[in-house]
Design a protein around this ligand. Sequence first.
Ligand code: DX5
Ligand code: ZN
Length: 221
Amino acid sequence: MIKIAPSILAADISRLEEQLLIVKKEKIEWLHVDVMDGHFVPNLTFGPSMVKAVKKMTGLFMDVHLMVDEPDFIIPEFCLAGADMITVHVEAIKHLHRSIQLIKSMGAQAGVTLNPGTPAHLLDSILTEIDLVLVMSVNPGYGGQKFIPSVIEKIREISNKIKQKNLNVYLEVDGGITADTAPQVVKAGANVLVAGTSVFGQENIPRAISLIKESYAGLSK
Ligand code: DX5
Ligand code: ZN
C-alpha cells in the first residue's frame, strides 16, 4: 500500500489547522515535518513545538525529517513532542548507529536519509536496524525544487536490497513528487511519497491528492 506524506513546509501556516483537516479528511495517514537547522541546509524551519501542535491538531503519524547536523541533542525533544518516525541524514552524522539507537530508545521508529549524491551502499551496515530509508530526490533545504531523475536507479537498488534481505523497511522519496514523477518512483519500489508543493501548494487540495493517487493506481501493490 502506497502512502502519501504531505509536507507541511508547503502549507499556508496562517491556515494550518484548516489545511491539515482537509488532508486528514482525504484519508492521509502520515504528515511530513521538515526540520532545517541553518547549518546542514541553508534554511531554518520548525522545532519540536510544531510537531507537538500538529500532532495535537490531527493525531496523524508524524514523520519528522531532521536536516540537522549531529542531531542527537534534539532527538529526545522531538520524541517527547510526538514524533512517530525520525529520519536522520547519513551526511550529517559521525556515529550513525548511536543516533538510530537513541531514536529507538525513545520509542520512535528510525529512518536514514540519503542526499541525491550519496550512494546506496552507505546503508549496508544499517539497513537491518532501521524502519525507513528516505531517498532525497532534490537537494534538501527548500520545497518546490525539480525532481532529479538519476535517483530512480538508486530507489530500485535500495528496493532490491530490502527485498533480498526480506526486511520490513519503508522506502520513502522526498522532493519534486507530482502526478508525473510519483508513478516513476513507485515503479522503482518506493512506498511512501512526500509531497509538498503538489499537495499544499495547490488551490484544490483534495483534487491534488486524487491526481497523485490516480497517477500510480495501476501500479500499487
Ligand atoms: C526539502 C524537503 C521536502 C520538501 C518537499 O528539503 O525535505 O520535504 O518539503 O517539497 P516539494 O514536494 O515541494 O518538493
Ligand atoms: Zn523532507
